[in-house]
Design a protein around this ligand. Structure first.
Ligand SMILES: NC(=O)c1ccc[n+]([C@@H]2O[C@H](COP(=O)([O-])OP(=O)(O)OC[C@H]3O[C@@H](n4cnc5c(N)ncnc54)[C@H](O)[C@@H]3O)[C@@H](O)[C@H]2O)c1
Length: 336
C-alpha cells in the first residue's frame, strides 16, 4: 500500500502545474459524471459537533472503492488549524485491499475547483469576463485559478470579513495577469460580476447577497453552504434561479436547497454532463450551482492521483496489512 503525504501531493501538483492539474481533474470528472449510473452512490455520513462536522464519503465503481474523511470546523482558523482537512483511501474493489492512503486537503480544494468549472461550463455564460470571490480563505485561490483557466477573465472582485485573508489572497495571486479588485462589501463585489463564487465558512445561516445585488445572466457557484444550518444565500432566491445540485438526496440535507424543496432543483450535474437536461438557456437567466461536495468528486481525484503515483513511483510503499504466506494462518503472523 502506498502512502502520500501532503508534501508528496504538493510535489505532484507542482510537477504538473496547478492549472494543468485542475484541468486534468475537470476532464476526469466529466468522464466519471458521464457514467454516473455505473457508480454505487450514497449521501455522506456526517457526525455533528458544536464546533463543526466530521464526514465520511464513500463511493464505488467496478474497479475501485474510495472514501474520504473530511472535517468542517469554521472556528479552527482561530487556533491556526485549517477549517477543512481531509485524508482519503482508494481500494481494489475486487479484493477489498487498500491500495493508497493520502492527504486530501489540497486535493479537496482542487476537486472542488474542478467541479465548479465543470458545472460552470453548462451554467455560466461562455463570455464571462469577471469573477467575484466572496470568502478569501483556503479555497479561494483554487477557485480563482480554475475559473481564470477556463474563461477570458479580466477582473476579479473579492471580499472577506477578514482583511488579512484579503491581503493573503492578493499576495498569492499577484502574478496572475488579472485585475484584482478588493471590495469593501459583498454588494460591491458581486455587482456586475458574471460569475460569483461564494466560499465562506460560518456555522450558521448567512445571507451574503440577494437577487437585487446581481446582474441578469450571473452564474452563482455556491460552495460554502454545505451542512445542515449552514447556508450562504436567502431562501427566496432559490425559486428564482436555475438551480443545479450534485446529488439530490445529499443536497437536500446540506445545500442551499435545505431551505427549499426538491421541486426547485432543475437538474443534477450528471444530467447536464449526460445531456439529458440543458444548463443555461439564455444570456439573462441566473444560474446557481448549489455545491456541497460529493463523494464521486473524491473518487475521481483519488483515481487520478493513484494512477500518477503508480506511473511515477511516488509516495512511500508500506506494509500496512499483515503479510502472510498462508492467509488462513493469521495467528502464525502474530507469532512470527
Ligand atoms: N462544496 C464543496 O465541495 C466544498 C469544498 C471545500 C470547502 N467547502 C466549504 O467552503 C467554505 C470555505 O472553505 P475554506 O476552506 O476556504 O474555509 P476558510 O475558513 O479557510 O475560509 C473561509 C473564509 O470565509 C470568510 N467569511 C466568513 N463569513 C463571511 C462573510 N459573511 N462574508 C465574507 N467572508 C466571510 C472567513 O473570514 C474566511 O476567510 C467552507 O464552508 C467549507 O466547508 C465546500
Amino acid at each position: 500500500m502506498v502512502i502520500l503525504t501532503a508534501s508528496d501531493i504538493r510535489g505532484m501538483i507542482r510537477h504538473f502545474g496547478l492549472e494543468h492539474f485542475i484541468n486534468r481533474a475537470t476532464a476526469a470528472l466529466k468522464q466519471d459524471f458521464s457514467r454516473w449510473d455505473s457508480f454505487s452512490l450514497s449521501p455522506r455520513h456526517a457526525t455533528h459537533f458544536p464546533q463543526g462536522v466530521i464526514e465520511l464519503m464513500p463511493c464505488s465503481g467496478n474497479e475501485f472503492y474510495t472514501f474520504k474523511y473530511v472535517n468542517g470546523h469554521p472556528g479552527n482558523v482561530l487556533n491556526d488549524k485549517l477549517s477543512v482537512a481531509a485524508i482519503g483511501q482508494i481500494s481494489d474493489a475486487g479484493s477489498g485491499y487498500p491500495l493508497m492512503l493520502c492527504d486530501m486537503t489540497l486535493l479537496t480544494a482542487i476537486r472542488t475547483a474542478a467541479t465548479s468549472v465543470l458545472a460552470a461550463s453548462y451554467l455560466a455564460r461562455s463570455d464571462a469576463k469577471s469573477l467575484a470571490i466572496i470568502g478569501t480563505g483556503a479555497q479561494a485561490e483554487f477557485q480563482t485559478i480554475a475559473f481564470a483557466g477556463n474563461y477570458a477573465l479580466e477582473k476579479i472582485f473579492y471580499f472577506d470579513i477578514d482583511s488579512s485573508a484579503m491581503i493573503k489572497y492578493a499576495r498569492n495571486l499577484a502574478s496572475l495577469s488579472l485585475e484584482l479588485i478588493p471590495c469593501s462589501s459583498i454588494a460591491e463585489a458581486v455587482h456586475g460580476a458574471d460569475i460569483v463564487s461564494t466560499a465562506t465558512a460560518a456555522k450558521h445561516r448567512q445571507t451574503l447577497f440577494g437577487l437585487q445585488d446581481i446582474a441578469p445572466g450571473t452564474h452563482i457557484n455556491a460552495i460554502g453552504g454545505d451542512c445542515p444550518g449552514k447556508t450562504e444565500l436567502p431562501a427566496e432566491l432559490l425559486s428564482q434561479v436555475k438551480l443545479v445540485v450534485e446529488y439530490t438526496p445529499q443536497s437536500l440535507i446540506e445545500g442551499e436547497i435545505q431551505q427549499g424543496d426538491a421541486g426547485m432543483i432543475h437538474a443534477e450535474l450528471a444530467e447536464l454532463v449526460c445531456g439529458t437536461k440543458i444548463g443555461r438557456h439564455n444570456d439573462r437567466e441566473i444560474t446557481l450551482f448549489d455545491s456541497v461536495g460529493f463523494a464521486l468528486e473524491d473518487f475521481t481525484i483519488l483515481r487520478i492521483v493513484f494512477e500518477l503515483a503508480d506511473e511515477f513511483k511516488l509516495g512511500t510503499e508500506i506494509a500496512m496489512l499483515p503479510e502472510v504466506d498462508n492467509p488462513k494462518d493469521l495467528f502464525g503472523f502474530l507469532a512470527s
